[in-house]
Design a protein around this ligand. Sequence first.
Ligand code: NAP
Length: 487
Amino acid sequence: MNSTYDQIIIGAGFAGLCAAINLKKAGENNFVILERNDSIGGTWYDNHYPGAACDVESHLYSYSFEPNPHWSRQFGPQEEILKYMEHCAEKYDLQKHVQLNTNVTRAIFDETSGTWTVSTATGKSYTGKVVVSCSGGLSQPSFPDIKGLNTFQGKVFHSAMWDRTYDLTNKTVGVIGTGASAIQIVPAIAGQVKQLHLFQRTPPWILPKPDKDISALRQWFYTNLPFTQRLHRKRLYWQHEIMAVGFIKNPKILKLFSKLALRFLKQSVPDEALRKKLTPNYVMGCKRVLITNDYFPALNRTNVEVVTEPIAAINASGILTGDGIQRNVDALVLATGFQAAEEVSRFEVKGRNGIDLNEAWRNGAEAYLGTSVAGFPNMFLVVGPNTGLGHSSMILMIEAQVKLIMESLKAMKLSKAKFIDVKKSAQQEYNREIQEKLSGTVWQTGGCASWYQTKSGKNVTLWPGFTFSFMKRTEKFEPEKYEMVPS
Ligand code: NAP
């Protein structure tokens, strides 16, 4: 069975919904959104582990065109963010465009017709002039390569695949990982479990989270005097942009924040031995800086142990560390992150002359403005290579990319082009510039390994600049950078 559309959007997370809303606003209605899950929401549907919340303030981590005056907290919890997305889908009448439980397996471009054929695991295929891939930068869970993991007889779950039907009450639990997910999970379950063993490989840098309830009065102001909400968003925006100076321009600025973090650690953890384990030995910012108020208190609990001895193996009953100590656990939480830099396209993509996207990306993913890849015409990526942020809200980048896509579609329509293909030279020049800028940043020089980089050390995930510079670059379609193939 084949259905024909003007645009095929892959993924119904923040990026996919943003693309769909903008298509609607431009009067386009013949598009489909293919979503692998049984609901919209993307990462905010997947990541429903206990304590899941955003670590960017909700008034910034939301669409600029769809302010929500009713955020209950500075940093919205997962359920509230998902509800916001559902509200957007409903308001812009998107549900009728969404095909759920539809996992894309392949996308093939036909140069003669200038169309893409997208196949799915359900056996259905879709033809469209344009593909907008919004399948997520952090959507493929990464399972640790630990000997014996599959021999464990207890319950195993990845942070992004939480099983809410499993009751952790009075269980002995092992948590592997101390990243952004783990620091939310550990405090949320520490009081419920009998014993928690937290296996830490690298301590994260942690700052206090300026989180609090948003009062009814403030919500009233945001509802009735919308400019107050706009002002609040602006203030948050610039607060975050300032952080970029430290990450990109002058890592010395981060020294100040490191001092703050160390003081926070000292105030929060009275036990010196534990504090030593929790003290990072790399430059702040090299890995994502985490913010939390309840993680250290959770680690102070008598039923929580921080294990820094490397894991030697997992066996049927638990975890064995290098010092020969076996810790038996009922459940194992893998808060081990996602396939990001190493992740090439998750489904087969074939562009002009049958070139394969994974093959084109064998030395690390790259695109022009994170959006177009030479040889793959009329395919646009949202949250593509080097569009991630270490300092602010991804929604800003998503909106900028979608704007560029809309401009590209407009230009294509105006010139009656069959398809547009970014020039290889434009892509190469752009990526040379990006890699050069990245070379001086804390992400490359900070002395850590992170999901930002490929194994060879190439940073293919982060945007090395301010968000306003990315917005500026994506504002207009530059015809000279593309090959416009006439109909
Ligand atoms: P992550 O930051 O990649 O952390 C994974 C953790 O697992 C790290 O501590 C890592 O240790 C550890 N690990 C991985 N493999 C291991 C192994 N074989 N043995 C022992 N430890 C192992 O993943 P994440 O916490 O899921 O966060 C990923 C990203 O998602 C974040 O950076 C953030 O962008 C996003 N996120 C955002 C929020 C939010 O609040 N908005 C919440 C969660 C996640 P090493 O550090 O030594 O590699």
